[in-house]
Design a protein around this ligand. Sequence first.
Ligand SMILES: [Zn+2]
Length: 71
Amino acid sequence: MAKLEFQLFCTPKKKRCVCCDLVGLVEARLILWDKDRILGDLELCNTCAEGWKKALQLEMVHEEWDFKKGG
Ligand SMILES: [Zn+2]
């Protein structure tokens, strides 16, 4: 089962964010795991990292919804 993990860099690196394509301080890495192996990662600026975090949390909330209860 694949899972995602966020890691924050101790020292942000100045490079291109793979999400918004802007060169700036890359502060976080989003890692895609397949069991105990890394499938790949995305190095993200702070803005994109926050966006992904919000999007993923929303996604998790969706999964927890119980539609039978009319929620
Ligand atoms: Zn970005």
